[in-house]
Design a binder for this molecule. Structure first.
Ligand SMILES: [Mg+2]
Length: 325
């Protein structure tokens, strides 16, 4: 996990989270603690969630959060399912703002290309699968090696199976994604998630999502922090790094929880600082926060002045490793 000072994160207007592998286990539900932290975060910051799953899956993965977030805060939460090919926001109920649907012809072409590529690569799926292996999500067609429902039906065991598949087949999956891209030149093909390949309209990735957030919410990327588990080269969050948003690499939901706690602490400190009513009893704590914030800003300046970024732990990972979503 990249260490980032509370002050730097606390200054962001909007926090963008990847969903699978960041807020929740891949295709799984967020836990009660994350849900509670998200509800608290929404009280002080706007939050966007971008992930590969379709909208209905998003709703079920985030169900625990919806149960906890007070209704007046829901308009501060923005959902970008299917890799931000769709955008939903709350305004007296969840409303779809845009949707980049693939045409019927495109979707048929994609499914045919998948079948051809499986033959060419000599790929035979496992004998038992859980739900569809090629799912037409309207805005995205997704191949999931073990079937869409594997985690929904088997829970932790399903997640373990996905992890095992990933370890065994990552290079083959990347090869198949390349073959597929050759057959679908007008479309975007991504080896995503543990066991998935996604196809969408061209130019769709996490950077596209961040640009849509800029456009619809009028918040510049530099005022956003992006939190994701696949910010390494080849990972499906990597594109976020070229947007100007500060990127925070995490290894999984546990790291994400610490990041949210850090933001909450930072935001709390800011509120205290601005109140000018801090009495002597907490002045020591305040000055410690102040130091942190100063260092955070210095690091922030360096980040932009040198046109570089802070080192991310994933940079030395095997590039063939399948990006976790
Ligand atoms: Mg992820």
């Amino acid at each position: 996990m990249e260490m980032m000072k509370a002050g730097r994160l606390g200054a962001k207007k909007l926090i963008v989270f990847d969903l699978d592998g960041t807020l929740a286990p891949s295709k799984g539900k967020i836990d009660a603690e994350t849900a509670g932290l998200l509800a608290r975060l929404l009280a002080v910051r706007k939050v966007a969630v971008i992930g590969g799953g379709k909208y209905s899956l998003f709703r079920s993965q985030l169900a625990e959060a919806f149960a906890r977030i007070p209704k007046p805060l829901l308009p501060r939460l923005f959902l970008f399912p299917t890799t931000s090919t769709a955008f939903y926001r709350y305004d007296k109920g969840w409303k779809n703002i845009y949707k980049l649907a693939l045409s019927k012809r495109e979707r048929a072409r994609i499914k045919k290309a998948f079948r051809e590529v499986f033959r060419e690569a000599g790929y035979r799926g496992p004998e038992k699968v859980y739900g569809k292996t090629i799912e037409d999500r309207g805005t995205q067609v997704t191949f999931s090696a073990l079937g869409q429902e594997v985690v929904a039906r088997l829970g932790k065991r399903g997640f373990k199976m996905k992890d095992e598949w990933r370890k065994k087949y990552a290079p083959l999956k990347i090869k198949m994604a390349k073959l597929l891209a050759r057959r679908l030149p007008g479309l975007e093909v991504r080896a995503a998630g543990y066991t998935s390949i996604d196809v969408t309209k061209k130019g769709i990735d996490k950077a596209y999502g961040i640009r849509q957030i800029e456009k619809y919410l009028r918040i510049p990327a530099r005022d956003m922090a992006f939190v994701g588990d696949a910010l390494f080269p080849g990972g499906n969050d990597y594109a976020a790094r070229r947007t100007g948003a500060d990127c925070v690499a995490v290894r999984g939901p546990a790291d994400t929880k610490s990041i949210i706690k850090k933001i909450l602490t930072g935001a709390g400190a800011e509120d205290m600082m601005s109140s000018r009513q801090a009495h002597a009893g907490i002045s020591q704590q305040l000055s410690r926060n102040k130091d942190d914030r100063g260092r955070g800003r210095a690091k922030h300046r360096g980040f932009h002045a040198h046109g570089t970024r802070a080192a991310l732990p994933g940079d030395d990972r095997n590039r063939l490793r399948t990006p976790a979503r």
